[in-house]
Design a binder for this molecule. Sequence first.
Ligand SMILES: Nc1ncnc2c1ncn2[C@@H]1O[C@H](COP(=O)(O)OP(=O)(O)OP(=O)(O)O)[C@@H](O)[C@H]1O
Ligand SMILES: NC(=O)c1ccc[n+]([C@@H]2O[C@H](COP(=O)(O)O)[C@@H](O)[C@H]2O)c1
Length: 244
Amino acid sequence: MENYKFPINRLKTKLEDSSKTPIVLILFGSLNPITYLHLRLFELARDHLKNSNSNWEVVGCYISPVSPGYYKPNLLPPKDRNNMCQLAADCTDYIMVDIWETLHKEYIRTLPALKHFSTELNKDGGILIEDGTRKNIIPVILAGGDLIETMTQPGVWAECDIIDILKDYGSVVVERSGTNLSEVVAKDKILSQFQDRIVVVKQTIPNDVSSTRVRNCIKNNLSIRYIVPDSVIDYIKENNLYKN
Ligand SMILES: Nc1ncnc2c1ncn2[C@@H]1O[C@H](COP(=O)(O)OP(=O)(O)OP(=O)(O)O)[C@@H](O)[C@H]1O
Ligand SMILES: NC(=O)c1ccc[n+]([C@@H]2O[C@H](COP(=O)(O)O)[C@@H](O)[C@H]2O)c1
């Protein structure tokens, strides 16, 4: 933790439209490994917010790989997942990687992770606006529809966490093929109360890439080119990852 620094190098320093609420988009996940689809989620979310008269202005974009304490089979150690996320972020000119979750051995739930972002982003009072004052930056979850669906499954999330996440923060959720997300939200007792905090984004070009599929391809010596950035493929090869 000693050498840890929260990345702000690609964070906007001034809000373009002072009437809007500044937000950052955060992609939480295993990222095991990161794929182009994960990067694409940011593009879809930014397009949607820009074209939908949203009151949110995106001032930063982050990837936050999950801590090693998260139970998921075949989860690689933080070092490799972090390095691959950084290589992927380097293919863009706006995405940053925050490794804070992975510095903890134990599992860090999404709510405390959001609180960490909120504290770091608002240390100096938030982002500058036109009149010289500052506005609080709200961290918002960027996720695929399957993640929000897990919020409707008993035992995965604490009810109080879901309520706090949606009340204090929010989410931008990209539909994954096969689910009607607006319907899932409308039918759920808790999610339906926060419909204005769950922005549903349609995938203009449906794509069901997943890290599991990528890992299976590697295991079977099949190409993952154009699904994962070349720099990440080189890293996987050099370190002989996902072979068994
Ligand atoms: N094809 C996709 N469409 C929409 N969202 C996606 C897609 N792939 C991943 N995501 C979202 O990205 C976030 C991080 O996902 P994660 O790292 O678990 O990737 P994954 O591909 O779902 O992984 P795995 O296959 O290992 O379960 C989640 O919110 C997930 O829903
Ligand atoms: N209770 C919680 O806070 C909770 C529950 C399930 C998943 N999550 C988060 O969602 C992400 C899910 O990642 P995966 O899709 O790889 O399982 C992880 O960052 C994880 O921390 C959080």
